[in-house]
Write a protein that binds this ligand. Structure first.
Ligand SMILES: O=P(O)(O)OC[C@H]1O[C@H](OP(=O)(O)OP(=O)(O)O)[C@H](O)[C@@H]1O
Ligand code: HPA
Length: 187
């Protein structure tokens, strides 16, 4: 575990960060995502899972834009655990909170980076009997280090290959609340 950060250091991280996507750009992307998801799933009565913690804000912003019947659940799977490098092993801190047997499942997560998290979550949902598993992410990080062949069904925005925070994504546990997508200086 890396050393904890002080208030001054955390404020400096924000002051030095580069804004990659503004609130306005994200809102446009959310509207487009909602349109596509509605077209595909409005007759499916899906159960929509957000992957905690990162998926929290994405889900909170997207769900009110979907005006069709759905159920909401959560699961908590973590690979980075407050660090800037992912671990090989995905740690489940909360298993899916509602039954998915025979259901259409929509998984919401903040970022598709190396892809391990979403790939493993999709497999877990299939193993639990989901009829189909659809994935949506706010951000896809563009690089050639994807560890999976999984193709995300719905993606809001592409970002460059830097460590990002905001809109649910953390820098060492902090700044998930930042209203925009920022890249940490030097990372
Ligand atoms: O595509 P990958 O390289 O697997 O990374 C993406 C995952 O990493 C982050 O979760 P994290 O493990 O940091 O847990 P958290 O959501 O609790 O912060 C993020 O929320 C995604 O779930
Ligand atoms: O760039 C990132 N930022 C925050 N969390 C993440 N999880 C995977 N990649 C990232």
């Amino acid at each position: 575990m890396s050393e904890s950060l002080t208030l001054d250091q955390l404020n400096q991280i924000m002051a030095d960060a580069d804004l990659l996507k503004s609130k306005e750009e994200i809102e446009v992307a959310l509207d487009q995502l909602a349109g596509g998801i509605t077209e595909r799933l409005s007759s499916s009565m899906p159960v929509v899972y957000s992957i905690m913690n990162g998926g929290l804000i994405f889900a909170g912003k997207l769900l009110p834009l979907l005006s069709f019947p759905l159920e909401v659940g959560y699961m908590h799977a973590t690979r980075y655990r407050g660090e800037t490098q992912g671990q090989t092993e995905l740690q489940w801190q909360a298993l899916p909170s509602c039954p998915m047997d025979g259901r259409t499942v929509l998984i919401l997560d903040d970022i598709f980076d190396e892809g391990n998290t979403l790939a493993e979550v999709v497999e877990a949902c299939k193993a639990q009997g989901a009829k189909e598993v659809i994935t949506a992410v706010l951000i896809n990080k563009v690089h050639d280090r994807k560890n999976t062949d999984l193709q995300v069904d719905f993606c809001g925005l592409d970002v460059e290959d830097r460590f990002v925070f905001g809109y649910g994504m953390d820098y060492r546990g902090y700044w998930r609340n930042a209203e925009g997508i920022f890249a940490v200086k030097g990372l």
